[in-house]
Design a protein around this ligand. Structure first.
Ligand SMILES: Cc1cc2nc3c(=O)[nH]c(=O)nc-3n(C[C@H](O)[C@H](O)[C@H](O)COP(=O)(O)OP(=O)(O)OC[C@H]3O[C@@H](n4cnc5c(N)ncnc54)[C@H](O)[C@@H]3O)c2cc1C
Length: 394
């Protein structure tokens, strides 16, 4: 049995490894000259910046991605963050524990969760946000902005509840030693041990379908036949490659801006996330060099900050983000190495968290993986959740 994977992003490479382990002969086609998509490193002046992600795995080694890598015997060292997080509120930094939120707000959340379980009446998280104290409300904005690049009016309570449950079950983040690229390199190495191929600079132009079955892919005008086809590009792009629409939903991407900052002295001094509450845009920061000093030149630190894009005016968003950073880092000697904006064909997520429609398509032998078809969890852990499902279905 032969399988074609369209795209060598994290989702595509995870799918490739799962299927190779099941005995499929794998060909991965990647249009760019490098593998990893939005989850790999970009070396700049000795700093390991990234094509997308903040070098973080939302639930560290315990979560769905950590478990999947272990199951696949893919060798990646993930350092769990300690503390998991802090909050910066009114110029004061506090460790993130359940105790930072007022008990009344927690009780309200549990009451809403119970009511949802009993009556299944759903509503946008914004409605709940309006009923709580200022600190918790700002924390919700920062958590969603950092973890999912969305705001509380974009996610249903039921979907947020699932993400909350996953977070309580698997806890906070971790950083792969070597950064995102270490995960990608290890997946490619493992795939090669099954004689799988990764072809770079090979854009898939079309998915061939006949009688509701996917039959193959066209690369450089040549048809290649396969028993199974996995698209790592999301459902919207899959439709375009097929030439027919099958979606009944309007799937929207999430957008954001990332700042990579060089420091001589560490600002965070730990491996967790700092959620920033009194800002107009920046929702959080991490300092990955506290986990792996090799992600920056000797004696330097790499701080990464992230904001969701709340308007379509990129320049304005960056202006507000830089203003936040200036205030937060006022007594630090820092250099902005890069400002990267993520939208359109290179977004934060191809589908906003909570709006995913699953991995199936109406075509037999064609599945969609990656952040255009996540499970109910944060970012790459959501991707991994649905790769487990792919493994069960195939
Ligand atoms: C700023 C930012 C910060 C983030 N931070 C984190 C984080 O810290 N932790 C986390 O868990 N997640 C994070 N994410 C999200 C995470 O990076 C993405 O969800 C994940 O990398 C998406 O992987 P993917 O495989 O679905 O897609 P992609 O990485 O986009 O892979 C798709 C691949 O397909 C290729 N391709 C496209 N069209 C074709 C074609 N026709 N033929 C062949 N190849 C094609 C592309 O070139 C690409 O390599 C972040 C994202 C951004 C942008």
């Amino acid at each position: 049995m032969r399988a074609a994977i369209i795209g060598a992003g994290l989702g595509g490479l995870l799918a490739a490894n799962v299927l190779a382990k099941k005995g499929y002969k794998i060909d991965v086609f990647e249009k760019l000259p490098f593998a990893g998509g939005r989850f790999t490193n970009l070396n700049y002046k000795g700093f390991e910046l990234t094509t997308g992600a903040l070098h973080m795995i939302p639930h560290g080694k315990r979560g769905p991605l950590g478990q999947l890598l272990k199951k696949l015997d893919v060798k990646v060292e993930i350092l769990d963050s300690k503390p998991e997080g802090e909050v910066l509120y009114k110029d004061d930094r506090k460790e993130l524990t359940k105790k930072v939120a007022p008990l009344r707000t927690l009780m309200k959340f549990y009451a809403k969760s119970l009511a949802y379980r009993l009556f299944k009446k759903d509503f946008y998280l914004e409605k709940f946000q309006k009923s709580i104290d200022e600190f918790s409300s700002k924390f919700l904005d920062a958590f969603l902005g950092w973890s999912l690049s969305i705001t509380p009016n974009e996610i249903l309570f039921s979907k947020f509840l699932k993400i909350y449950q996953q977070t309580m079950k698997f806890r906070g983040p971790g950083i792969p030693v070597g950064g995102c690229k270490a995960v990608i390199d290890a997946l490619i190495e493992n795939l090669k041990s099954y004689d799988g191929n990764v072809y770079l600079r090979k854009k898939v132009e079309k998915i061939a379908v006949k009688n509701s079955k996917a039959k193959g892919v066209f690369v450089k005008n040549q048809k290649k036949s396969y028993d199974l086809i996995i698209s790592n590009l999301g459902h919207v792009e899959a439709q375009k490659l097929i030439g027919r629409d099958y979606l009944n939903a309007d799937l929207k991407e999430s957008r954001g801006i990332k700042y990579s900052i060089a420091l001589r002295q560490p600002y965070l001094n730990h491996t967790g996330v700092l959620f920033t509450l009194n800002t107009s845009r920046i929702s959080g920061m991490n300092e990955v060099t506290n986990a792996d000093p090799n992600l920056a030149p000797n004696g330097r630190h790499l701080l990464m900050a992230h904001q969701p894009m709340l308007t379509t005016n990129v320049k304005y968003e960056i202006y507000l983000g830089l203003k936040d950073l200036k205030r937060i880092l006022k007594s630090y000697d820092y250099e902005i190495l890069a400002i990267q904006s993520y939208f359109d064909g290179w977004p934060v997520n191809r589908v906003k968290a909570g709006m995913d429609v699953g991995i199936e398509t109406p075509y037999k032998n064609l599945f969609v993986v990656g952040d255009g078809a996540k499970g109910d969890d944060i970012e790459v852990d959501g991707i991994a959740l649905n790769i487990f499902r792919l493994g069960d279905e195939v």
